[in-house]
Design a protein around this ligand. Structure first.
Ligand code: ATP
Ligand code: MG
Length: 422
């Protein structure tokens, strides 16, 4: 038997309603905040991610699905969307039509990681990106938009919003030197990955998940102590706005992100309830990214929501099942009734009625059993006698009562609406 590729998961029908609920809530909210949908392709030139994420990021070092196509071009299945959206924004010169570009995106991402709960090789993200504005109120608005999404989904209480600033071109190098000095002193005790990172990407050491490293790092200098005055002022202002907007947060001065393009603001929405994979969404400001990928000096900020991890949380929060139930069930008895029933079903469905019909020849008892299993409130029974009399028997499954109803689309529609109640 051929099975799915490792780390690539099927989404089964019982999961799609919750999935759609997340997606629909997000779309509504993002559009309310003035973001419009921009869709980017799955494949990009490998160079795009190398330049944006940085050669030393985990993604570029070991997680990308990269291959040469038949024409010998080096391509990568997108591991994240920010770089692609930034590329599209620059390529189509969207900044000409509006200096404030606000876009959202939804789609699959691909990373070759070790699959486990909440960690897949094809996973999905909802992305929000705002280009062209550098203002603490925008940062706060973007963060509060993320928080609002989880509030809408009724799981905000299961998450913690963590914020930090990574400084800018001025103050980050100074902090970096101090950090390297500290790390070299404790080098022997750090894990091999961290030892390697000291030279190549020391800030990433702060993000190490190894327990012994974390203990040692408690003594490390933090960037918040070394922010330059403009960066410090910028962050303070964000926090004021967040308080105005009633968004609860904590400052995590050790928070760094896995991608190299971030400047100043970074944030993560974490949860303690899904084990090791504790970030459900993350984002930050990237004022150098557009320049790095060969464009213009345009600032940006955004976030990515991990759908699968959010779904794990929703199941924890025991959120209601939002599967749409049927309005009625059509039970035809015999081939003639099936022909007529099929026509009637088509008409009612075109009018918005959610209706299920039996296609096999089944006894009335069997059909009623299935209707009751599907929890359908109303069953329309159609046999040869009903056809002759021009009626259909409407059976109310809850009350157990039944009555004939004229076999007429309009009359039936009124009847179904009335049975359904307000
Ligand atoms: P992690 O530290 O868990 O590897 P990350 O820093 O690599 O996360 P980002 O690149 O910031 O994650 O992606 C944003 C969000 O996308 C994450 O918070 C998470 O919810 C989701 N995500 C990232 N990688 C995966 C994956 N392999 N499987 C499922 N979801 C993922
Ligand atoms: Mg990762």
């Amino acid at each position: 038997m051929i099975k799915a590729v490792k780390g690539f998961r099927d989404l089964l029908p019982h999961e799609t309603p919750t999935w759609r609920r997340v997606e629909e809530n997000a779309r509504g909210l993002f559009e309310a905040y003035g973001y419009s949908e921009l869709r980017v392709p799955v494949l990009e030139k490998t160079e795009l991610f190398k330049r944006s994420l940085g050669d030393t990021s985990d993604i570029v070092e070991k997680e990308m699905y990269t291959f040469q196509d038949k024409g010998g071009e080096n391509l990568t299945m997108r591991p994240e969307a920010t770089a692609s959206i930034a590329r599209a924004y620059l390529e189509h010169a969207l900044y000409h039509s509006d200096p404030v570009g606000k876009y959202y995106f939804f789609g699959p991402m691909f990373r070759h990681e070790r699959p486990q709960a909440g960690r897949l090789r094809q996973f999905h993200q909802l992305d929000v990106e705002a280009f062209g504005t550098m203002s603490p109120s925008l940062d706060a608005e973007v963060i509060s938009l993320l928080y609002s999404l989880y509030k809408h989904l009724e799981i905000a209480h299961l998450t913690t919003l963590e914020i930090n600033s990574l400084g800018c071109r001025e103050c980050r190098p100074i902090f970096r030197d101090l950090l390297v000095e500290f790390l070299n002193k404790v080098k022997e005790d750090l894990c091999p990955d961290c030892q390697r990172r000291i030279e190549r990407n020391p800030l990433r050491v702060l993000d190490c998940k190894v327990k012994t490293c974390q203990r040692i790092l408690e003594e490390a200098p933090t960037i918040s102590q070394h922010l330059c005055p403009p960066c410090k002022e910028y962050q303070d202002m964000i926090l004021i706005h967040l308080e105005d907007l009633d968004v609860p947060y904590i400052i995590n001065s050790r928070l760094v992100r896995g991608l190299d393009y971030y400047t100043r603001t970074v944030f993560e929405l974490t949860t303690s309830s899904s084990g090791a994979q504790n970030a459900v969404a993350a984002g930050g400001r990237y004022d150098d990214l557009l320049l790095q990928i060969g464009g213009k000096e345009i600032p940006g900020i955004g976030f990515a929501v991990g759908i699968e991890r959010t779904l794990l949380l929703l199941h924890k929060g025991k959120s209601k099942n939002h599967c749409l139930p049927f309005h009625c069930y059509l039970a035809p008895l015999g081939p003639r009734a099936l022909r007529e029933g099929l026509k009637l079903a088509q008409k009612l469905r075109e009018r918005g009625v959610r209706l299920e019909i039996t296609h096999e020849e089944k006894s009335l008892k069997a059909q009623l059993r299935r209707a009751s299993k599907l929890n359908v409130p109303l069953v329309l029974i159609l046999g040869d006698e009903e056809l002759k009399a021009g009626v259909v028997i409407a059976k109310n499954m809850k009350k157990g009562t039944q009555e004939p109803c004229p076999l007429d689309e309009e009359r039936l529609l009124t009847y179904i609406k009335r049975e359904e109640g307000p």
